[in-house]
Design a protein around this ligand. Sequence first.
Ligand code: CA
Length: 250
Amino acid sequence: MGVFAGRPEDGGLSALIANGSNDISIMRILVVEDEKKVASFIRKALQAEGFAVDLCATGETALVAVRTTAFDAMVLDIMLPGRDGLSVLRELRETGDRTPVLLLSARGAVNERVDGLNQGADDYLPKPFVIAELVARVRALGRRAGETKSAIMCVGDLELDTISRGARRGDRRIELTAREFLLLEFLMRSPGRVCGRMSIIEKVWDYDFDPGTNLVDVYIKRLREKIDDGFEVKLLHAVRGVGYVLKEGR
Ligand code: CA
């Protein structure tokens, strides 16, 4: 068996209660990683922050574990012996399991990352990672568990990280100003749907505007240069007389 249950003597829970935080419920996290050192490193860090942690060393045991225990989030390594993380994720989602999943993968494996996000991962962290970032991302996933928002939004190979506020397309990092970030986030929330200029102004600028302004068009042009220039497949399209749409292809 590859399941090692989190031990009750690990002190995270009492630490939380001693802090007097009464709005915190213990979050139970499943960590799926076959490398024992890495797994135990992750478990210790999460337990130190007050999470309850179960470990699985294989995808098969992870699938058994999620059937019997409700987890608030899962840290899922892609590289596993036998059944890999992506296949575990696919099965979870196909069977209707919506447990938030943070995928771990080798740095620079863009295809894996895109595949994972398209298959329903909620967030992604390349190895090697800084443990504090993993903990922060797991906490964010748990917090969002009741919501449909995920930490990373994805349209084609364009990704927007709503925690770090970073964006990337394929291997290229995209620097966004705060307003450009809001604009891209708004468009990515409804991929394939045409967003009118007025609704963009309302949501992204949050105040009444002279409808004659070309502000939106100016920002869209800038955004398009950042996300589409140099890429064969364009994502940001104008719909004449109506507005803009973010989608793959025409
Ligand atoms: Ca592994």
